[in-house]
Design a protein around this ligand. Structure first.
Ligand code: B3K
Ligand code: ZN
Length: 883
């Protein structure tokens, strides 16, 4: 989609229509990094704003980089823009030329002023990269390579500039004018226009540039930093939404305080603005002093946001705020270093959320995401190290691997150093690299020097993809327990063989009789195989291993169910307790799906699970948040990971059958739990939130065992609900049932929240995610619903991402689920390639699925690949998935 209109096109501009077919996308390699030839210490930008035409005049102060290659050509990146004029040192020049999308300007001296004008059409920018229109407002998204869609610039993160921005436009349409830094001047213009000037004193790369213009209102507050700086805080939303911003503001203030205490990081401007927009490709963006957020991570009140939504707002507000240091003050040298800022910032937001709520529950949630999203990525065709070696389209590398595994890798260093010593490492990193564009290597070196750890071998975690498989064997002889660990890092695309990696494991050995252990130890497996000997055990101990999930590995340990039941009851590490319960279920379901269980074994397996589950339901020592967590069965995607070739239907059937069996077995405890939770009034405290969690948790088991009773309780929960958590939970349960209550709840929900985009997104997701036998039919009809729009990423994802992760819909034996997602990718790609590409990995799993479905999935990928003009985003994902 062309976002450019140029009144007079220069002669040497290649017009899109006349251009030859694009060459195969170039592969960008990490090893090819070269420092920039020219630096841009300062830039001024002048925007004359209009929804359909915005004129951008930029003035770049450029100077040769002594570390560059000495070329006389200044390469300025562009993307679907054309220069309306180019001047060097105030004089219009004609000898510029275009090299593909880039503008090349010949320069002979040491330093010059380069002025360029471009014209863009924000309303036609459906990619939502660069400057675009959303509901009548203008906003920007520049990471990773969106700035080049606004103006020509060396659009790479190692070119840091001081930005001065002027913008002007009609005051009625754009009463609020915002950019990075501080507002230095503003005034009225002619014909109802006004203008503002902003200056950001902190040099930054172009991906952190931001501008917003629109009709917005602010929730305003203040924060005094530890150094005494008074910071004005604003959360800008559309008029009418301001009543739903207080949780975001509280989260921001808590983040600012926490970063001072936990990492010694203080905010560095007098103003911090957050703007919520409803058309946004991802969660949020950490632009310096002007974070732009997807509305779903800002707006929250009890009536429209679930407890999960509240947690997500807190986590994302924290994440973007923490980027001010891990990302903005210290940025990335190149995009291969993305995990430098993302992995570290995810770890920081995880620690923050843990500190704000339950550390144990947060850890379990983080591991659940890792296992259900990152492990499959690491074992599929798109596997890459947390620091990739090559890419075609960097937008495809904002992955669970770079983010979540990246966080786990840094967490391991923290575990090995201990939190206090680790802090010395991060202090050194921030001190040493403040104001720089750094690398992952710089980070590891700082941690190494700050903590005294030897991380030579640990660096393998940055370069090798694949989830290490860890085989565990425990032998008891005399008074000794001998633990033999063997690691295998599986081959991944481009990496057939792997070196062993250091795997830090927190372990404890329990005495079976007393139910206690003599202290936890940290052992590090740094060879392919090693044996660790523990003395002083008259009888065989029960081992608790990888406590707290100290290493992101997959443990292969065929365990006696009695040991797992023991740990589920006795382990004093809450994560390990959760893990024992999960392992019990995973072990049983894998064997059941694989068909290797006799009837007696099947019964015994279920009985062990039933015993542990029943203890979870009734144990008075558990808080309800933790109880609710322990009640969640392992995800289908994680179960599928346990098979070389998974049969998603069998996995789903066994999982559902177990759910129904547990519901029947524990019906009395479940209904008692539901009744108890129903009686707890709404509150934001942990006890009330825990009650809501077990309320819907219990309901899912009750409904699986007795659909009529489930429907009766669910509709009662729905009707009585005074908050979205209960309401959504009830609709979620009803959506999977073939009961009259289903229609009542869905119709009421839609009508009640008409016009509230975020809640209507839920209405789409709840139906597309249901286990209803006619779910595909429902999805097809929802795609034609008047409220559905492919152009809004939240809405597109609400229907189709829910479908893609729903095994019943996606893996329907007919292949219609695959066709649905394949068709979506082909239709969405010309509109929004970044969002379209996000759906490819679901189909890309075909090699790990049973052959009949695998053929259907592959056929869909081939249909996409046959499209003549795919975006670079989708092309890369599809070609890698076909392999
Ligand atoms: N840094 C941004 C992500 C930008 C994604 C661009 N495709 C949000 C974040 O991780 O905080
Ligand atoms: Zn981030």
């Amino acid at each position: 989609m062309d976002i450019v209109s140029t009144p007079a096109e220069p002669q040497n501009l290649q017009v899109a229509d006349a251009a030859p077919p694009p060459p195969a996308p170039a592969v960008i390699k990490r090893e090819d990094y070269l420092p920039p030839a020219w630096l841009v210490p300062e830039i001024t930008l002048d925007f004359r704003l209009g929804l359909e035409e915005t004129r951008v005049a930029s003035v770049l102060q450029v100077r040769r980089n002594p570390a560059g290659n000495g070329t006389d050509t200044l390469r300025l990146n562009g993307d679907q823009i054309a220069p309306a004029s180019v001047k060097v040192d105030g004089v219009a020049i004609e000898d510029w030329r275009l090299d593909g999308p880039d503008l090349l300007v010949p320069l002979t001296g040491e330093a010059h002023e380069v002025a360029i004008e471009t014209i863009v059409n924000p309303a036609a920018n459906s990619q939502l990269m660069g400057l675009y229109a959303s509901n009548g407002m203008l906003c920007t998204q520049c990471e990773a390579e969106g700035f080049r869609r606004i103006t020509f610039f060396p659009d790479r993160p190692d070119v840091l500039s001081t930005y001065t921005v002027r913008m002007s436009g009609p005051k009625a349409a754009f009463p609020i004018l915002l950019a990075n830094g501080n507002c230095t001047a503003s005034g009225e213009g002619e014909d109802g226009t006004h203008w503002a000037e902003w200056h950001d004193p902190w040099p930054k790369p172009s991906y952190l540039f931001a501008l917003v213009a629109g009709d917005l209102v602010a929730n305003n507050a203040h924060f005094t930093t530890m150094g005494g700086r008074e910071v004005e805080l604003n959360i800008w939303v559309r008029p009418g939404d301001e009543g739903r911003t207080q949780h975001a503001m509280d989260s921001l203030i808590n983040s600012m305080k926490w970063d001072e205490e936990a990492f010694g990081r203080e905010y560095d401007l007098d103003l911090f603005n957050i703007v919520a927009v409803s058309d946004f490709n991802m969660g949020a963006m950490e632009n310096k002093g002007l974070n732009v957020f997807n509305t779903r991570y800002v707006l929250a009140d009890p009536e429209t946001a679930t407890d999960g939504d509240y947690d997500a707002v807190e986590g994302v507000i924290g994440h973007e705020y923490f980027h001010n240091w891990s990302g903005n003050r210290v940025t990335c040298r190149d995009w291969f270093q993305l995990s430098l800022k993302e992995g570290f910032t995810v770890l920081r937001d995880q620690l923050f959320s843990a500190a704000m709520g339950s550390e144990a529950v947060k850890r379990i949630e983080d591991v659940r995401i890792l296992r259900s999203a990152q492990f499959p990525e690491d074992s599929g065709p798109l596997a890459h190290p947390i620091r990739p070696d090559s890419y075609q389209e960097i937008s495809n590398f904002y992955t669970a691997t770079v983010y979540n595994k990246g966080a786990e890798v840094i967490r391991m260093m923290r575990t090995m150093a201990g939190p206090d010593v680790f802090r010395k490492g991060t202090d050194l990193y921030f001190d040493r690299h403040d104001g720089e564009a750094a690398t992952c290597e710089d980070f590891v070196t700082s941690i190494e020097e700050g903590t005294g750890l030897d991380l030579a071998q640990f660096r393998q975690w940055y370069s090798q993809a694949g989830t290490p498989q860890l085989e565990v064997e425990l032998v008891h002889e005399g008074t000794q327990a001998r633990l033999t660990l063997t690691q295998l890092v599986p081959p991944t695309p481009g990496q057939p063989t792997k070196a062993p990696m250091p795997i830090p494991l927190r372990v404890a050995l329990f005495d079976r009789a007393s139910g206690r252990h003599d202290g936890e130890q940290l052992i590090v497996l740094d060879k392919v195989s090693d044996t660790f000997v523990f003395d002083g055990f008259a009888s065989a101990p029960v081992i608790s291993i990888n406590r707290g999930f100290s290493a992101p590995v997959s443990i292969q340990f065929e365990r006696d169910p009695d040991d797992l039941v023991f740990l589920a009851a006795h382990d004093d590490d809450p994560f390990a307790r959760y893990e024992a319960t999960q392992s019990l279920v995973v072990q049983h379901l894998v064997a059941a799906v694989g068909g290797s269980l006799s009837d007696a074994q099947h019964r015994a397996g279920r009985a062990a699970i039933g015993e542990a589950f029943s203890a979870v339901l009734t144990d008075p020592a558990l808080d309800d948040l933790m109880r609710g967590e322990l009640m969640i069965l392992p995800a289908g995607s994680y179960l599928a990971e346990q098979f070389a070739l998974a049969d998603p239907a069998r996995i789903q059937d066994e999982r559902e059958a177990l759910k129904a069996w547990l519901g029947t077995e524990c019906m009395a405890a479940l209904t008692a739990l539901h009744d108890r939770a129903v009686a707890v009034p709404y509150g934001r405290d942990a006890a009330a939130r825990g009650a809501r969690k077990i309320k819907t948790g219990a309901l899912t088991f009750i409904a699986a065992a007795d659909p009529a009773e489930g429907a009766r309780r669910a509709i009662a929960q729905y009707r009585a609900a005074d908050n979205m958590t209960d309401r959504q939970g009830a609709v979620m349960v009803l959506a999977s049932l073939d009961a009259p209550e289903r229609e009542e709840a869905l119709a009421d929900f839609r009508q009640r929240y008409e016009g509230n985009a975020l809640v209507i997104d839920k209405w789409f997701s709840l139906q597309a995610g249901s286990l209803h036998p006619r779910v595909l039919e429902h999805i097809r009809s929802l795609a034609n619903h008047p409220d559905f729009a492919l152009t809004n990423p939240n809405r597109a994802r609400s229907l189709y991402m829910a479908a893609a992760v729903n095994p019943v819909a996606f893996h329907d034996a007919s292949g219609e689920g695959y066709r649905l997602i394949g068709d979506l990718i082909r239709r969405l790609d010309p509109i929004n390639p970044q969002t379209a590409a996000r759906f490819v990995p679901a189909l890309g799993r075909w090699r790990r699925i049973e052959p009949v479905r695998a053929a259907l999935m592959r056929a869909e990928l081939e249909r996409i690949a046959a499209e003549p003009s795919l975006s670079r985003d989708v092309r890369e994902q599809v070609s890698k998935s076909l392999g």
